[in-house]
Design a protein around this ligand. Sequence first.
Ligand code: NDP
Length: 244
Amino acid sequence: MLNVENKVIAITGASSGIGEACAKLLAQNGAKVVLGARRTEKLEKIVKNICSSGGIAEFKAVDVTDRQDMKAFIHFAKEKFARIDVIFNNAGVMPLSLMSALKVDEWDKMINVNINGVLNGIAAGLPIMEAQGGGQFINTASIAAHWVGPTSAVYSATKYAVWAISDGLRQESKNIRVTIISPGVVETELGSDISDQASKGFLQELRKTALTPDAIARAVLYAVAQPEDVDVNEIIVRPTASAF
Ligand code: NDP
């Protein structure tokens, strides 16, 4: 039996890519999913799609960089379904560039979304899970949490940070499971905000062997589905043909 049915799962970055695919697969397996992101028109469409296939889903606009907004999102999920079993901190951005390009606003954006967004999710959900006596955080890191190369210095730094925060939280938690999902290259909207031309070309090259988001959704489903005394700490999923 999968340990998924009726679980209340709040997902950030659910308006596209990996978050959308996870919301759909988890709902198909009986979870009650609460989708968050800024583009509500996309969220509304995805939720309609899930509900018309017999799933249970709600959505709410959230900017993960805003601590109060994130708190409101998590509390919305709890009020709708009376508990929170899983918080999937998945929202992320990746405007790659060389350090020498000094795209300092893009550095700040990555730090705010990729690191502070995860911290805001933990701050919003940890007191609820502690009061419940259990729960699970799933945080999206990346193979960039294990690797750094030209143009990925700041992005990789944010994902190394997600890895460290997640493993620290795991060590401190007796009842709360913490899972790091580290995808390799996946075909999504990620990188659409790259303003540096050389980095755009680099990403196009990598995407030649990209996975589709459902590959990551199956890994997330596996981590959620384990019994409560089994904490899948990290799953790295690369395309078979990936060279790094
Ligand atoms: P997408 O660009 O398709 O999805 C990113 C999601 O993050 C969107 O739903 C976007 O929604 C949301 N988001 C961005 N900024 C904010 C914000 N401030 N507040 C709330 N939501 C926000 O890319 P992916 O699905 O690929 O990305 C998901 C995660 O996977 C990211 O953390 C990414 O770093 C990671 N990852 C992706 C890989 C890949 O190759 N695709 C590889 C390794 C890791 P909206 O704009 O509506 O707010």
